[in-house]
Design a protein around this ligand. Structure first.
Ligand code: ADP
Ligand code: MG
Length: 649
């Protein structure tokens, strides 16, 4: 490019920067006019507090003047958007700080490559260019070391390489040798000199006259004003006034891709793995709780429903006791005659009286405790059960008080272990000897309960031999037409009330039972679910809290990213994605943990029902938690003032 076509690189006209602290105005810069052309090597000198850093921040577009005009390559910075300023920082300027400002968790190469992310340089190219620069600056062998493993001089070379990675036109170095011994300082200055000879403009800020000697031009400032400029009278300052073509508009860079942000997020989460773990924990527990609790709640519900449905849906269940003592099985109100009367009613298929207890049945040296029911042959009809072996007892057995028993498959398995045919065998039941006449067809487990533990004996035999009293535990009525169950229920209630002279019994139909139980179980499930959801919410607050801490702790990193060209939007995205990644990770771990917990609980004989909705809902909630609770910290990060952040030690 021809030098005369080029815009003046830097042109300040009457620039001031005033700070308002209370009633007092601090004039950090006060009417500074200055031009710097491409390829210059300028030292800005002055005592501490004279305004050097303020000037550098304005030159580097980290800060805006409160008065006057500043043009970079013909662009008036007052007209530029924050994103355009970021583009200027990215492409035109490279910062070198007194305290190097390298990120402690990254290697030298990664530190150097960092600003190239915002220029969309592909990863391989970034790494290669970083390696080349480090080689050139004589620290190639330290490429894979972290800053803590390097000397001050080496770190400063790394930071110079970082300033150069995006092909900066200007290096702004604020006291670059301030933290180095003089020999190392001279090496660093030589390096800057070499870059200047290759065409890079260097603006060096120092309070040290010896250091300033290395520059071609020295500017002294004092109390925010230029005191002297070695270029004065050499005609350079006038070029700012020469009319130049308006520069091409400055195009801001695209935001870095979400994929790159995810990579950055994973890296920073890895660097702070313990904190990450703590953050994850809230989400993990929340999601796992939702998944496990809902599985247990659903399981309980389905278990109860299964048990009821296995009883049949066309049944009325009549139990003794009404009103306050509805569950007391020992109330002597239902009789065999009641059952006989009900069986004769229209619309009723059968009425099966039952008296039951748990009893031990023994064969030889083995015994088993099962459910003993004294019933009539009608019971088989009502329950719709069938036989696998032998026969059911008959009306004759009933009238002769025969000591016969029909058993379920579990009893057969437990007692006849040597493969004996159970039919015709004699077993002990409540001190009496009973002959096995039949085996029920196996029904398996329903709702977590073994349905094959049945010990069935004739009602009459049972009343006399086992119970000794003449009242029933229940009457099960089957209806001919399920649609007329309500009418049948009313009729049964009416007839029994008439017979007893009082409503000293309860009638339940299985349909209404299912409804009532479904309702209570649903309530319970949602109760469990909301407790779990609250823990997810608390987890979200934890994420926000830890992200806020993280933003405060990483102020220097954020400041550095902004100084090297990140737009506020890039920072916002980075922290949003970090929160999102934490929550997604927590969600996945939570799903696995919740599923495992539910599985283990399922192994402990507690009913579990898996469905897709709770885990999907929990995961989506975790993602939403990340979006919502990560936003405030991310916004805080994107609004950080890089000057303050980088000034901290
Ligand atoms: P130098 O880098 O030459 O030591 P600075 O540019 O840092 O000086 O500061 C110049 C003056 O501006 C100092 O008096 C300093 O106290 C003041 N100053 C700098 N930053 C701020 C600020 N954020 N608020 C108020 N005063 C400030
Ligand atoms: Mg300073």
């Amino acid at each position: 490019m021809n030098n005369s076509d080029r815009q003046t690189l830097i042109a300040l006209r009457d620039v001031s920067r005033h700070y308002q602290t209370g009633d007092e105005t601090v004039k950090a810069l006060d009417g500074v006019s200055l031009t710097i052309e491409h390829g210059e090597f300028v030292a800005v000198m002055g005592q501490s507090g004279s305004g050097k850093s303020t000037l550098m921040n304005i030159l580097g577009c980290l800060d805006r003047p409160t008065g006057g005009e500043y043009k970079v390559n013909g662009h008036d910075v007052a007209d530029l958007t924050p994103d355009q300023l970021a583009a200027l920082r990215l492409k035109t300027f490279g910062f070198v700080f007194q305290r190097y400002q390298l990120l402690a968790n990254l290697t030298a190469q990664e530190n150097v490559a960092l600003p190239a992310v915002y220029a969309h340089t592909p990863k391989e190219q970034r790494e290669q260019r970083a390696a080349e620069l480090l080689d050139k600056l004589g620290v190639g062998v330290r490429m894979h070391h972290t800053p803590s493993e390097m000397s001050g001089g080496q770190q400063q070379r790394v930071s110079i390489a970082r300033a150069m990675i995006n092909g900066a036109e200007v290096i702004l170095a604020d006291e670059p040798t301030g933290a180095l011994d003089s020999a190392t300082g001279v090496q660093v200055l030589d390096m800057l000199k070499q870059l200047n000879e290759e065409g890079v403009t260097v603006i060096l800020i120092t309070h040290d006259a010896e250091v300033a000697e290395h520059a071609k031009r020295q500017i002294h400032i004092h109390d925010g004003k230029i005191q002297s400029d070695s270029a004065d009278g050499k005609g350079q300052t006038s070029s700012a006034d020469a009319p130049k073509a308006t520069p091409a508009p400055l195009k801001p860079f695209r935001s870095v891709s979400a994929l790159v942000s995810i990579g950055t997020a994973l890296q920073s989460l890895k660097n702070n793995w313990f904190r990450t773990l703590l953050t994850l924990l809230g989400i993990v527990i929340g999601v796992a709780a939702v998944v496990a609790m809902m599985a247990i709640g659903e399981g309980g519900k389905q278990q109860v429903l299964q048990r009821i449905e296995s009883m049949g849906t066309n049944l009325l269940l009549i139990r003794p006791g009404g009103g306050n003592n509805r569950n007391s099985g020992d109330t002597a109100t239902l009789s065999v005659e009641d059952a006989e009367a009900l069986a004769k009613l229209p619309g009723i298929e059968a009425a099966a009286p039952e008296r039951n207890t748990r009893a031990t049945v023994r064969f030889g040296s083995r015994d088993f405790r099962g459910r003993a029911r004294a019933i009539t042959p009608d019971y088989l009809v009502v329950k719709d059960w069938s036989m696998s072996q032998g026969t059911f007892f008959t009306e004759d057995d009933m009238s002769s008080l025969a000591p016969v028993v029909v058993i379920g498959q579990t009893i057969v398995d437990q007692l006849f272990v040597n493969g004996e045919n159970p039919i015709g065998q004699y077993v002990f039941l409540s001190n009496g000897i009973f002959q096995v006449v039949g085996v029920l067809e196996a029904k398996g487990a329903a709702g977590g309960e073994d349905m094959d533990e049945e010990i069935l004996i004739p009602l009459t035999t049972g009343m006399v031999r086992i119970f000794g009293r003449e009242y029933l535990s229940s009457i099960t009525v089957s209806i001919e037409d399920t649609d007329e169950i309500e009418e049948a229920e009313a009729l049964v209630t009416q007839v029994l009330t008439q017979r007893h002279g009082a409503e000293d019994f309860t009638v339940r139909n299985t349909a209404s039972l299912i409804e009532a139980i479904t309702e209570t179980q649903d309530t319970l499930t949602w109760l469990l679910g909301s407790v779990a959801a609250i823990s997810l919410f608390v987890g979200g607050i934890g994420v926000m809290n830890i992200m806020l801490v993280s933003v405060s702790e990483r102020r220097r990193e954020i400041g550095l990213r902004i100084a090297t060209g990140a737009k506020p939007g890039d920072i916002l995205q980075q922290f949003n994605i970090e929160a999102l990644v934490v929550c997604c990770l927590g969600g996945v771990v939570g799903l696995v943990l919740g599923g495992t917990v539910a599985f283990i609980i399922g192994q402990m004989n507690i009913a579990i029902a898996y469905s897709l909705t709770p885990p999907v809902m929990a995961f989506v909630s975790a993602v939403l938690v990340g979006l919502v609770f990560g936003h405030a910290p991310a916004r805080k990060a994107s609004r950080l003032n890089p000057i303050d952040a980088l000034a901290e030690d």
